[in-house]
Design a protein around this ligand. Structure first.
Ligand code: DSN
Length: 418
């Protein structure tokens, strides 16, 4: 696959080889990651990269669009069927631009948005002061109930009534529980707000009907197409038919320029693949593996935020183990298990240190790992936490991790041979 790069830029080809080897030999458990199927790789690098196109099928700004029009129409039809949506716009480049598309569709500068606290699971583009959206709109944030570490719906309702936002956002980057979309939709309707769900993390589980869908309840549903959806590095937005015109205008020309037709073709393939029994079986195993890991880690004395998980991820409170999120992340990295440090709700530590890590099960489930392997990973994690600075311990853990993952190839043998 890298034949020409190898000949023309050996230094870069070497970095690609190193990254392939890193992914192959490591146990990748970053919750926002998955492994793109080879068809997605193929289509992402396809001849559609060459075509510049703006507008919508039948209303383009450039000629030569009749074939691309068919791809976009097919992709939108498949997307709507897969998710049971009334309208899909799949021109956005990522989950972030999917969110910007919705803001551009229905909000004016200065409008008020109510969204989930970033340090309790929300997303950067939902109003973090570090994100430029915070300069455009006014934000208030809802929080977790300190007891349950789940969304405090009563408080959210009070906030919505007092704040009178124009948009309420649900959806998160590190929230392991199901969200009561119906309840939030009800309060959004009561206060006259639009309701948007960012399902980026859980889109694959929703597509496979493993967990409830936000589509029937929300005005807009945004997503990236990586994460549990296991597709191209891109985005998608769904909405009710009544908002279709606003969404299309808000997306182009409102928020983006020309389409990335190469990733659109890859998304089109994924919308077909996500309807298969094969994909559904992987998604089922993702949740089983996540629940297995949560139970095992609990048995070793780790505390799982909110007590468990209903989806592909969990946030683990490490305080009982006497190790910070950063130290545990680095020690796991040294043994070849990749996770990320993560704030726990009401975390006393700084964001660069944290008291927790976030662990996701999508990529390992795609590789075929099941409960016995997950139990072994939990045991390795516990050994690492017991002595994160002991080099001999880390070496032993690394050997066990490598032996385990070597039995589950990242891609079929020979996939990247030239
Ligand atoms: N929000 C980041 C994450 O969940 O890792 C990337 O989308």
């Amino acid at each position: 696959m890298l034949k020409i790069t190898r000949a023309t830029d050996p230094a870069l080809a070497e970095l690609l080889d190193e990254e392939l080897s890193r992914q192959e030999h490591n146990i990748e458990m970053i919750a926002s990651e998955s492994t793109a199927p080879l068809a997605v790789m193929e289509l992402t690098g396809s001849v559609f990269t060459n075509k510049t196109l703006e507008g919508y099928p039948g209303k383009r700004f450039q000629a030569g669009s009749h074939i691309a029009d068919k791809v976009e129409q097919l992709a939108c039809e498949r997307a709507c069927e897969l998710f049971g949506a009334e309208h899909a716009n799949i021109q956005t480049y990522s989950g972030s631009t999917a969110n910007y598309s919705v803001f551009a569709s229905v909000l004016d500068p200065g409008d008020k948005i109510l969204s989930m606290r970033l340090d309790q699971g929300g997303h950067l583009t939902h109003g973090s002061p570090a994100n430029w959206m915070s300069k455009v709109y006014h934000y208030e944030f809802y929080a977790m109930d300190p007891e349950t570490e789940q969304i405090d719906y009563d408080a959210l309702e009070v906030q919505a009534r007092e704040y009178q936002p124009k948009l309420i956002i649900a959806g998160a980057s590190s929230y392991s529980r199901l969200i009561d979309y119906e309840r939030i939709a009800k309060v959004a309707k009561e206060v006259g707000a639009y309701f948007m769900v960012d399902m980026a993390h859980i889109a694959g589980l929703v597509a496979a009907k493993i967990i409830p869908s936000p589509i029937p309840h929300a005005d807009f549903v945004t997503s990236s197409t990586t994460k549990t959806f296991c597709g191209a590095r891109s985005g998608m937005v769904f909405c009710k038919a009544e908002h279709a015109q606003a969404l299309d205008k808000g997306t182009f020309p409102g928020a983006i320029g020309s389409i990335h037709l190469n990733t659109m073709a890859a998304k089109c393939w994924s919308f077909k693949y996500a309807a298969t029994d094969e994909f559904r079986a992987i998604m089922e195993q993702v949740v089983k593996n996540a629940q297995c890991l949560a139970e095992e880690l609990t048995s070793y004395g780790f505390r799982i935020v909110s007590g468990g998980t209903d989806n592909h991820l969990m946030v683990v409170d490490l305080r009982e183990k006497g190790v910070t999120g950063k130290a545990f992340q680095d020690a796991l990295d040294a043994v070849g298990i990749t996770v990320n440090k993560n704030m726990i709700p009401f975390d006393p530590e700084k964001p660069g240190v944290t008291s927790g890590v976030r662990i996701g099960l999508t990529a390992v489930s795609q590789r075929g790992l099941k409960e016995p392997e997950i139990r072994e990973i939990a045991h390795i994690m516990n050994c690492v936490a017991e002595a994160p600075e002991d080099e001999t311990n880390l070496q032993e853990c690394k050997q066990r991790a490598q032996e385990l993952i070597a039995k589950f190839p990242l891609y079929p043998a020979g996939s990247f041979d030239d």
